[in-house]
Write a protein that binds this ligand. Sequence first.
Ligand SMILES: Cc1cc2nc3c(=O)[nH]c(=O)nc-3n(C[C@H](O)[C@H](O)[C@H](O)COP(=O)(O)O)c2cc1C
Length: 189
Amino acid sequence: MPDALNLLRTRRSIKPVELAGPGLTPAEIDTLLTIASRVPDHGKLVPWRFIVFDGDARLAAGNAIVAAFRAKYPDAKSEQVDYERNRLARAPLVVAVVSRAAPHVKIPEWEQVLSAGAAAMSLVFAAHALGFAANWITEWYAYDRGVLDALGLAPHEKIAGFIHIGRPAAPPEDRPRPPLGDIVTRFGH
Ligand SMILES: Cc1cc2nc3c(=O)[nH]c(=O)nc-3n(C[C@H](O)[C@H](O)[C@H](O)COP(=O)(O)O)c2cc1C
């Protein structure tokens, strides 16, 4: 089987805590982002952008998550607060894919949202192709206005996903995939 097909058939998410270092080089990060930014995009609107979290920036973002968490749960235990602070520091690299979809005279907003999903998926596949593993997650803080403000998102922007990237400690077990018979129909048959 060609390498590319093998990659597509075997890709599997790895839990963020199981994504180890050493992290990616700046050149590897550029490769990932370059691939993620060449996806179908109706109207060439570029309705997405990326925020890179690596090194100490991961804990700085964690502090913003903690501030929002404490506002919601003032009585939270210190272990819970530490867990929240470490959210983006589990993997060596996290890339937020930000949707910039907005009403447009010609291009439906839905199609702009789909393009952000394509960028996120390309990022995941590119990480796998480079020998890393990835996990596309959102979690509560992707929907918290205080966190979004701290990360610099404009009011109309949304987190499509925090893509966690690192080295897989071990190959993952696959999970059941939907049988094609359940999801495919042949029109006219
Ligand atoms: C938009 C989006 C958001 C997700 N958010 C979360 C999340 O917050 N927490 C979680 O455990 N999984 C989340 N997932 C699912 C993970 O990506 C999950 O590990 C993955 O679906 C496993 O699929 P795989 O076996 O094909 O890699 C999300 C998936 C998508 C597409």
